[in-house]
Design a protein around this ligand. Sequence first.
Ligand SMILES: Nc1nc2c(ncn2[C@@H]2O[C@H](COP(=O)(O)OP(=O)(O)OP(=O)(O)O)[C@@H](O)[C@H]2O)c(=O)[nH]1
Ligand SMILES: [Mg+2]
Length: 329
Amino acid sequence: MPANLTPQYHEAERRYREASTDRERLAALKEMLRLIPKHKGTDKLQADIKRRIANINDLIQREGKSGRKQFSYYVKKEGLPQVALVGAPNTGKSQLIAALTNAHPEIAGYPYTTRMVLPGVLIHENFHIQLIDLPPVSDDYMEYWVPEVIKHADAALLIVDLGAEDVLEQIETVIQILEKHRIFLSGEDVEVDPYRAEYHLKTILAGNKSDIKIAPENWEVIAELYEARFPLCPISAKALSNLEEIKQALISLLDIIRVYSKPPGKEASKERPFILKRGSTLKEFAIEVHHDFADKLKFARVWGHTKFDGQKVNRDYVLEDEDIIELHL
Ligand SMILES: Nc1nc2c(ncn2[C@@H]2O[C@H](COP(=O)(O)OP(=O)(O)OP(=O)(O)O)[C@@H](O)[C@H]2O)c(=O)[nH]1
Ligand SMILES: [Mg+2]
C-alpha cells in the first residue's frame, strides 16, 4: 500500500535529519508522528517513529538526572558534504583526519583513543568536504551514539589496518555491526525503502598503513574480495602516501560541484564555494544561500563554462561545476 507521505511530513523529516540536539530531534519526530497518514501502509513507519521518540525521551531523562549538560554528538554539516570515518580500533582514523584536514585529534598507538566526535574540513581544488573522526566500531565496546552519527553522514570512509594479521575479520566485523544498526555500506547509490528505516552510505574502502611490510600482501587479498563492492584506495596516513588519490576518490564518490555566489555589480568571492550535489538546480542553490531565497527568487545570471557570460536562467536551471551565480530577488 502506498504511504502517500505529504510534503509537510517530508519537511518535518528533513528537520529531524538536520537537527543538532536531542530536543530538536524529539520535536521533529513528534511532528512526523502527527503528520503521518494513519493507515496500514504506514504501520511500520509509525512504529519506527514511536521507537525513536521513546529512545530520545530516555536519553533526555538520563541526561536530566545526571545533571550534565547535554552532549550533542551530532555534527552540524555547515553546508558541506559530511563523510564519516568508520573503522575498527587503532586503524588510523584520527591520523588520517590529521593528515587531510585542519583538525588536531589525539592519535595514539593503542585502541579506543578517540572518545568524541571531531569534525575537520578537507579542502582540495577548492572542494570543501567535512570529515568526521569517530570512536571505533567494535564488538568489545562501542559508544552507543556512533551508529547515529554514521546514519546522518552523506558518505563514509571505511578505514582498515593493512598491518593487521586479522584485517579481513576486522572489515567483516565492522560491516556486520553496522548492518545490525541497519546501516549498509556500498560503493554505489542505493534506492532506499523508507519503510525499512535503512541507511545506505556510499563508501570508499581505504587500506591504511600501506607502509607496513605485510600491507601489500593483505591489500592484494582485500582488492580481490571487495573491488566489486567498494572503490578502493591504499594509503598511508602516517607516511602521507596516496593522499591525493583518496581526495580525488572522495570527490568522485560524493559527485559534487563548486558553485560561487556573486552579488550584482560585484566580483564573485572564490574563497568559499557552495558545495552541491551534481544535478542540483538554481532553486536548490538559492535555498543554500538563504532559506527564503527560493520563494523570493525572480531569476539569476550565470557565468560559467556552458553559458555565455551573464546569461539569464530560471529556477530549474541545472548548475554546472564552477558556475558563478548572481541571484536576482
Ligand atoms: N605505520 C603506520 N602507522 C599508522 C598509520 N596511520 C596511523 N598509524 C598509527 O596507528 C596508531 C593508531 O592511530 P590512530 O589514528 O589513533 O587510530 P584510530 O583509528 O583513530 O584509533 P581509535 O581512536 O582508537 O579508534 C597510531 O600509533 C598511529 O601513529 C600509517 O599509515 N602507518
Ligand atoms: Mg581515533
